[in-house]
Design a protein around this ligand. Structure first.
Ligand code: NAD
Length: 464
């Protein structure tokens, strides 16, 4: 087998880079791979590069690393391109949200029904969409056989955009489905079978069975009243009152980020969020919960910086303890287990014919009946070589009609607004928003927000 080249765009990502590189170190079948790291933030790029080399030395593997400053160099000749970049970073999201709130849109204008997930913008993320397309078109030109693996959000809109506007091979990955484990823990079962289906951040537990085939849904109902919900973090919402309430209404359990991605019933204001997602945070998407998240990401970036200093000083990395929740992250990258991110196992399954089951985001094309073919859905699939076998799945009409159709329609509308740069379409969406009190409110918002959105998009288009 030839040695692979993997390009990582946004290699300074707090969430992904070290996990992905650590996974590569623990995947013997991908030994000899050359990894091309690209980021526009030179400090983050340099530190990731230092740590990547230190990790491969620690695991005693023969990976090689290179740092480059252009997307084209990272992609040219690659077999796989992983995109973890967030155009504008968390500061951009914050600025956009502040403008939205100034004009009466609590938590920003992207907080439409079915889209409360806060780094998951679809109406204002034009810089991110421009970056997705730029990467995809560069792949088309310089590495037409490469797979594009999308980690950056929004996965639903991003996978749909790239897969409908280019001819490259693409898959989007999210780690939200692991939240099924919380349900298994609730009923005290270790071995079980499960299936999820829907769209990214809108997936539903379509199967939950014991090894002997017994349906485990009735067990959940039995444990419902015994369980006292007290979240350990803003993201610990799988057993929150919201999840049970959504289950009652839609008929299946919402999984992972789906619990955040729900109607105004649970999100109207901070008190409402606290009532449904629990104190003290009121879930990940409250003003308190989101600050908690951004602060923890900053700690990860600071830890990476600290690591890099330690390596440069010639000291050992694996013994470091910070005494904070970051230690879990440190243990994870130096531990033996894979991180749970699907990117590297997917590459291994594709290249080395090691069959595994994944949760993938790809264009529907009949995978979920009742949804359009040209929208990305999130489904379970077995991958062995380039052969991808999607599992059959069935979602209740209630979920198709009342959750997935409105959500996918909004995704399409958001992409059309981006592709046509037509802010009249955004106005039309906002005129339906329950927070809108007048057309003047919509106009003044658009007049202030969209020059900024467009200038940030152009910045991305003009960058190397
Ligand atoms: P981050 O800001 O820490 O990292 C993003 C990196 O992208 C930064 O190093 C930044 O410099 C770089 N970048 C920005 N613009 C770039 C450009 N034009 N070219 C190259 N690099 C560029 O963000 P994060 O918190 O690590 O999140 C990264 C992405 O992953 C976000 O979109 C986030 O929403 C998403 N995410 C996805 C999942 C999932 O399961 N799929 C989970 C969490 C977060």
């Amino acid at each position: 087998m030839k040695n692979l080249k993997i390009g990582i765009i946004g290699a300074g990502s707090a969430v992904f880079s070290m996990r992905i590189i650590s996974d590569l170190c623990k995947t013997p079948g991908l030994g000899g791979t050359h990894i091309c790291l690209m980021d526009i933030d030179q400090r983050r790029l340099e530190n990731t590069y230092i740590l990547a080399n230190a990790l491969s030395k620690y695991f005693d593997v023969k990976l090689t690393f290179e740092k480059v400053s252009s997307i084209e160099k990272a992609i040219d000749g690659s077999d796989f391109v992983i995109n973890t970049a967030m155009a504008g970073g968390h500061n951009y999201l914050e600025e956009v949200r502040q403008i939205g709130e100034k004009h009466g849109y609590y938590r920003g204008i992207d907080s439409q029904n079915y889209n409360f997930v806060h780094d998951y913008r679809n109406l204002t993320n034009w810089n991110q969409f421009a970056l997705f397309l730029k990467i995809a078109k560069t792949i088309e030109k310089f590495a037409p056989n490469a797979w594009y693996l999308q980690a950056a959000n929004p996965i639903l809109e991003g996978t749909t955009l790239v897969s409908t506007q280019t001819n490259i091979k693409m898959v989007g990955f999210c780690h939200g489905h692991y939240a099924v484990e919380n349900l298994a823990n609730l009923i005290g079962i270790e071995e079980y079978e499960w299936q999820v289906a829907g769209v990214n951040h809108g997936i539903w537990l379509t199967e939950f069975k014991a090894k002997d085939g017994r349906d485990l849904y009735p067990e959940l109902a039995k444990h419902r009243d015994k369980h006292v919900y007290k979240p350990n973090s803003p993201f610990d919402d799988q057993l929150s009152p919201v999840a049970w309430d959504m289950y009652d209404f839609y008929g299946l359990f919402p999984i992972g980020d789906t619990v955040r991605n729900s109607t105004w019933k649970y999100h109207r204001d901070l008190q409402t969020k606290i009532k449904w997602y629990g104190a003290p945070w009121g879930g990940a998407d409250s003003e308190i919960g989101w600050k908690w998240y951004v602060d923890s990401l900053t700690s990860v970036v600071n830890t990476v910086d600290k690591f890099a200093e330690i390596v440069l000083a010639g000291q050992r990395l694996d013994k470091i303890k910070t005494g904070t929740e970051i230690d879990v992250y440190i243990d994870e990258i130096f531990g033996e287990k894979l991180s749970g991110e699907q990117h590297i196992p997917f590459i291994d399954s594709l290249v080395n014919n090691n069959e595994r089951r994944f949760v993938v985001n790809m264009l529907n094309k009949g995978k979920i009946a009742g949804l359009d073919d040209d929208i990305a859905v999130e489904v379970c699939a077995k991958v062995c070589g380039e052969n991808i076998q999607f599992e059959e799945t069935k979602l209740p009409k209630r979920i198709i009609d009342w959750y997935l159709k409105p959500r996918t329609l909004l995704a399409k509308q958001a992409l059309e607004a981006f592709l046509t740069r037509d802010t009249k379409l955004i106005s039309d969406i906002l005129e339906r928003d329950c927070r809108t009190k007048s057309s003047e409110q919509v106009r003044s918002l658009i007049d202030e927000l969209y020059p900024f959105v467009i200038s940030q998009m152009k910045k991305v288009e003009e960058e190397q």
